[in-house]
Design a protein around this ligand. Sequence first.
Ligand code: ATP
Length: 361
Amino acid sequence: MAVFKLDNVEDLYEIGNVLGSGHFGQVREVRERATGVLWAGKFLKLKKGAGSRLGLERKNVEKEVEILQSLQNQNIMAIRDVFESRAEVVLIVELIKGGELFDFIAEKENLTETEAIEFMKQILEGVSYMHKKNVGHFDLKPENIMLSDKLAPNPDIKIIDFGMAHRFIQGEEYKSLGGTPQYIAPEIINFEPLGTAADMWSIGVITYILLSGLSPFQGDTDEETLRNIVAMNYEFEPHHFSQTSNMAKDFILKLLVKDQSERMTADECLIHPWIKPLNRTQIAKRNRSSINMKNFKKFNARRKWKMSFNMVSACNRFCRLQLLCKARGPEQQELRDCESDQEDTGTKPASLLRRRLSSNS
Ligand code: ATP
């Protein structure tokens, strides 16, 4: 078992504002007392006992930490230190000041494909690096792609949240049902053995959205979205892709491929002509094509609204549970944990929906 530092994190770091929240805790700005340097502290709540399913299992935190510690790349969030108390683990990580890439883009008036590709290239470089280290991220989505500093002339992409990441061991068969419906690969929904190719599917979805402001498989419900993915039910609607180059469409077509072994790898993406043009004509085509900014802004506004709605719903559920527990008294603690579990299944929509899909079909 990995041993994290047992010091009280607050003796060494002054805890500041909340930067963001996840399913298992908050991320806050922290200032190192000895040097005054700013970092981010990811506070992760641990499960209280073996029967409790509220909070994270320590072994899952260990996995996230081990993976982050093994990855040193300009486009991947760096980890500095880890502290542990009875109830939580605190990851001290690089402070990423520039917010989410999609928010940065949505503030612009317009963006050519050439400009968008500069960001795509960095995402691919980070992903290529982790895949060479046999790590799959398994939760690539706009919320997990941030910018080092949006005021910098050429901000760095930073990939965050390795909570679902996995390091492949040779010969191992790995299956997982986690993920966010819009971005997950068909093999995840079908509960097939996974590889790093699942991340490449997510990059295909992210690119599709970036260029058109449409989500390729989005249905009215999560269940419909998953059905669309499995059925490969997507197209390039001419109205939304009128400003898109054929090279960009070809790039997406080679990522949204059902057969994992036929999907482009990150290294193959980096030499695809859309990313690395072979001649002047291809360069000119990228410069003339642009992202559908009007629709992209709409997509991003809806996405942000949904994120806030989910956060408020989660808080409401939590408050209702607290009230229920108070009314029942302390002897009902285990019951509370079980009910929290039920609420918590929402954090793994893919697993929940796969169960629904298989029972319906
Ligand atoms: P999830 O429940 O989605 O898996 P999580 O608990 O693993 O989330 P993260 O996704 O790592 O948490 O972080 C939650 C949010 O905190 C992010 O969406 C982002 O807004 C913010 N955040 C995370 N890491 C940093 C960082 N290093 N610097 C600045 N903000 C950060």
